[in-house]
Write a protein that binds this ligand. Structure first.
Ligand code: PMT
Length: 400
């Protein structure tokens, strides 16, 4: 868990600086205190105001500002953090850091720090491939600087190749790995969890939904975060509190849930515990439907996308482990085995949701864990205990 950790984030001047705002937001959601230094050219790409608004603290900019030095000396600034992150790291700041140049607040902090430094290079592909930059990168790594990325892909300059800054989620996973306390076996892993019901509109005031409370899915997200995973929870409407250290994305409909899940990719682990509506109304009314004496309205349905099957069937970004849940009212294990195969997931947690089970909305769950053709019966447990046991199984899977 990253809660309570502190990061000094140096934002240098590259177009990828806008992605750093997303990184600040995600770190904040995980309880990380983020102090920022904005270089002169970094401030050409993102404003001190937007950085300060997201981090909750002023963005430090000037080495010689009396205010900066009286409020927070550069030595303190560089040492109070658990980790210094440079994102984006331009060819220029890498060159200066490799040479030990300290001619502004950012480079002075880099030289003064006694904490680990993580750089996320971002630049044009020729600049990244240039001998000078490669020499500087090697020198920095030899000096103990850690690197994340760059990645290959479309670059802001219109060219395609290596030089794109690692995505905020990738940088976050690397930060989690570096700051992970002992006993966090999923540190550095990214997890996506769905939870709760979806609501499919009939008209602006009515909807179709189900009894899912979100208790089970939220508990899974919290358990994976406690094991060190960078967890994103995509949840339908739920009264459950946000689990600690988890990024929470709230949605209403199945299609919104799919979009949010796709936006969270790539991840290592996907656990789909949401009770997604299988169907939605084909054409929800734009105004409130009225009782006009002509009898009840005829509602026609269309099928919703299957989020679990979509994620499990991805060609390129399929998570290494895809876990579904199966809500069954009869023949729980037989139906779940068939569902696991049909949806293409690796594991399936099957639970009885018949009305006498009390599973929907209740505090307890009695599940079978399906892995391939094997099924394992777990005793009746609290939903929290089911989540913790599943989390440990996932951690063992990645450890083995
Ligand atoms: O929220 P609680 O009150 O704590 O209750 C927990 C729970 C009963 C909702 C949970 O334990 C559970 O069983 N979740 C899955 C509910 C469900 O929709 O099951 P299903 O058998 O209909 O679907 C199988 C799998 O496909 C599930 O992983 C589901 O998330 C997924 N699915 C289903 C339909 C769809 N359109 N997209 C999906 O991703």
């Amino acid at each position: 868990m990253l809660n309570g950790k502190r990061i000094l984030l140096i934002i240098s001047g590259g177009i990828a600086a806008y992605k750093t705002l997303e990184l600040i937001r995600r770190l904040g959601e995980r309880g990380v205190g983020v102090r920022t230094i904005l270089t002169k050219s970094g401030a050409q790409f993102v404003t001190p105001l937007s950085v300060a608004a997201l981090s909750g603290e002023r963005a430090y900019q000037d080495l010689f500002s009396l205010t900066d030095e009286s409020e927070m000396g550069h030595i303190r600034l560089s040492r109070e953090a658990d980790l210094v992150v440079v994102a984006p790291a331009t060819a220029n700041i890498m060159a200066k850091a490799a040479a030990g140049i300290a001619d502004d607040l950012a480079t002075t902090a880099l030289l003064a720090t006694d904490k680990p430094v993580l750089m996320a290079p971002a630049m044009n592909l020729q600049m990244w491939a240039h001998e000078a930059t490669q020499r500087n990168a090697t020198r920095l790594v030899d000096d103990g600087v850690l690197m994340v990325g760059p990645e290959a892909g479309d670059l802001a300059c219109g060219e395609i190749g290596s030089g794109r800054m690692a995505e905020p989620a990738t940088i976050l996973a690397r930060i989690s790995e570096l700051l992970a306390p002992a006993g966090t076996p999923l540190a550095g892993r990214r997890a996506l969890i769905t939870s709760g019901p979806t609501r499919e509109p009939i008209d602006p005031v009515r909807y179709i939904s189900n009894h899912s409370s979100g208790k089970q899915g939220h508990a899974v997200a919290g358990a994976l975060a406690a094991l060190g995973a960078a967890a994103t929870l995509v949840t339908g409407p739920s009264a459950e509190a946000d689990p600690a250290g988890v990024e929470v994305v709230r949605v209403e409909t199945a299609r919104q849930m799919l979009d949010a899940c796709q936006a969270a990719l790539p991840v290592d682990i996907a656990v789909c515990a949401a009770a997604v509506a299988d169907w939605r109304i084909a054409a929800p009314a734009s105004g409130k439907m009225k009782k006009d004496g002509a009898g009840p309205p005829e509602l026609s349905f269309v099928e919703n996308p299957d989020i679990l099957a979509t994620i499990a069937g991805l060609a390129e970004q399929r998570p290494a482990l895809v876990v579904g849940f199966a809500a069954e009212t009869e023949n729980v294990v037989e139906n779940a085995l068939a569902k696991c195969r049909r949806k293409g997931c690796d594991w399936l947690v099957a639970n009885d949701v018949s009305s006498q089970s009390g599973t929907f909305g209740g505090e307890h769950n009695t599940v079978h864990l399906i892995e391939g053709d094997a099924s394992e019966a777990w005793p009746k447990l609290s939903k929290q205990a089911v989540a913790e046991r599943l989390g440990r199984r996932i951690a063992d899977h990645f450890a083995g």
